[in-house]
Structure formats: C-alpha cells, structure tokens
Ligand binder design. Structure first.
Ligand code: CAA
Length: 288
C-alpha cells in the first residue's frame, strides 16, 4: 500500500516536527492536539522553523506556503479518519496511548498503519490495544526532527511486511534515513545514548571534571555536536530520567540506572531547556 495521507497525534516538540516534515514533503497531513492553545503553540513553532529556513536561505517562500497548505491542525481525533499512516507522538504514558489507539482503531480504515514515536515504551504492548496488531510499528524520530536525519523503524514479532515496507518508503520520501530494529526497549540509539548521558551526569556528580570540561571533552575530543550534559538538557532531564527508569526496569543493568543527581534535578523542576534551568541556564542566549 502507498501512504497518501498522514495523521500525527500530538503537536508538541516531536509531533510538530513530524507533521512539519510530512507536510513539507507534500503529504496532506493532519495534526491533532488536545486543546486549541496547545495546537496554536505547536503550529506557531512550525511556522517559526519554516520562516527561519526561509531567512537562512534553506527554503523558498513558495515551499513554505506549500508546506503550510498541506498541513491541517485539529483538536478532533475524528479528523484523522482518512489517514493511511497515523503517528502517535503524545505524552509517554501507556494509558494515554492505549486510549488513543483504541479510539483510532474504530475511526481509521482497516489498512491504516499505526505508528508510535515512543522512545522507550513497548511497541508490542501497544499492538495489543488494537484489532490490527500486525499494522502497529514504531517510528522513532530524533530531536530536532526537521534536522536529524534518522528514523528508527521498529517491528514487532508480528508486524506485517507490507506495512513495514510502506512505512519505510514514507520515511525515505520525507528525506529520512531509516534503520530497522526489533522491539527492544530503547531500540538502538537510546540503548547506546542513555548510558553515555547518565555516565556523564555520574562523572559530574563524582567531581571528575566541571560541566564545561565534560562537555568540551566530548565535543572537541570526539567531534560530537553537543556535549552530553548540554544534550541531556536539550532532550529534557525529565525525559532522560523517565527513559532510564524504563530501561533499568527492563534490563536490570546498572548502566541504565539514573544517578541520584539526575533524579534530584528532576524533582527540583530543573528539566533543562524546557523549564529554563538544568545543567545550563537556558534563559540566556546562548545558554550559560
Ligand atoms: N530550516 C532549514 N534548515 C535549518 C533551519 C531551518 N529553520 N535551522 C537550521 N537549519 C540548518 C542549518 O542551516 C544547518 O545546515 P548546514 O549544515 O547545511 O549548514 C543545519 O540545519 C544545522 O543548523 P545550525 O547550524 O543552526 O545548528 P548547529 O550546527 O548548531 O546544529 C543540531 C544543531 C543539528 C541540533 C546539532 O547541534 C546536533 O546535531 N545536536 C545533537 C542533537 C541530538 O543528538 N539529537 C538527538 C537527541 S536524542 C532524541 O531525540 C531521542 C530520544 O529518544 C531521547
């Protein structure tokens, strides 16, 4: 089957990016948020990114207009009924995802593919929420979605080969490179990235080096675009902590365990970029 129309559930950091690149690639795309305020915030960030692209000379105005014309925002899940692919990028809460997928199962055609952008929850478990488990996959995008080239395409033990091929073809049509992997908690990237980031927090907590020295070590010594503490702030310390909990519960390996400092920063409301304060102060530009 070919994917013609795309639905995205959630217009936050990830959902807005996914909706944007889908529309930019010319796919009629409907993005749904739970309130007009959240929808407007997400659509505003899409417009801002596209405008930035025009100002940087990466995009011409006509392409921006075309992308916005392919994009429809809604607060009604029913508006996703005609979509061939629905990507869920809602909050990382299995109960929320269950309710969404069950509702979508009743709304969308039997051939529609359901994907989750989850970074660590089980795609197999999500597939049990619907009457089409063989059409449920993971499409894990990376932040910032419009700039990061990768999508992890996740299959379960019972994913239909045709559905998987159609989803991969769509990822390539929107300009991404795919890696395929099975449904193991954290997939490939977070299996490797999370221990690295939490090790950096541990090194900082134990006084090995200062924040800037740890980040500069990895930036300048290994050529990484961001140091690990800056990246943890960028991803969100709450999100990072949440992923460590899921991964530790799954694998019971100390390398996935959250260092006490990470837990305390999250408890103190220091979630990184999104709350303005983490390892860095994000109220200044650049973060200090
Ligand atoms: N429209 C189009 N292009 C744009 C743009 C826009 N609005 N804004 C920027 N760009 C382009 C720039 O022109 C530039 O292009 P060239 O390379 O061709 O010059 C490119 O995008 C990079 O932009 P900048 O130069 O402004 O920014 P940068 O060089 O500082 O890079 C970054 C920014 C891409 C975010 C880089 O720092 C990076 O790769 N960081 C690592 C991010 C990362 O690791 N993300 C994954 C997090 S983990 C995750 O998401 C998953 C999870 O489950 C936790």
């Amino acid at each position: 089957m070919a994917i013609r129309k795309v639905g995205v559930v959630g217009c936050g950091l990830m959902g807005s990016g996914i909706a944007q690149i889908s529309a930019q690639a010319g796919f009629p795309t409907v993005v749904r948020e739970i309130s007009p305020e959240l929808l407007e915030r997400g659509m505003g960030s899409i417009r801002k990114f596209l405008r930035g692209g025009v100002e940087k000379g990466k995009l011409i105005q006509a392409d921006m207009d075309k992308a916005l014309a392919s994009l429809e925002g809604t607060t009604k899940l029913e508006d996703l009924a005609g979509c061939d692919l629905v990507i869920e990028a809602a909050t990382e809460n299995l109960a929320v995802k269950k309710e969404l997928f069950q509702a979508l199962d009743g709304l969308c055609g039997p051939e529609a593919i359901f994907a989750s952008n989850t970074s660590s929850l089980s795609i197999t478990e999500m597939s049990t929420f619907v009457k089409r488990p063989e059409r449920v996959i993971g499409l894990h995008f990376f932040n910032p979605v419009p700039l990061m080239k990768l999508v992890e395409v996740v299959h379960t033990l019972r994913t239909d080969a045709g559905a998987l091929a159609a989803a991969k073809a769509w990822c390539m049509a929107i300009g991404k490179t795919v890696v395929s992997c099975g449904d193991s908690t954290g997939f490939v990237v977070n299996r490797l990235l999370i221990p690295y980031m939490v090790d950096a927090v541990r090194a900082f907590e134990q006084g090995l080096a200062s924040r800037d020295d740890i980040d500069n070590a990895m930036k300048l010594g290994c050529g990484y675009p961001m140091g690990p503490l800056f990246l943890a702030d960028y991803v969100g310390l709450d999100t990072t902590y949440y992923i460590t909990e899921i991964m530790f519960n799954e694998f019971k390996e100390p390398r996935f365990a959250a260092p006490p400092l990470l837990k305390r920063m999250v408890l103190a409301g220091m979630h990184g970029r999104k709350t303005g304060r983490g390892f860095y102060d994000w109220s200044t530009h650049p973060p200090s």
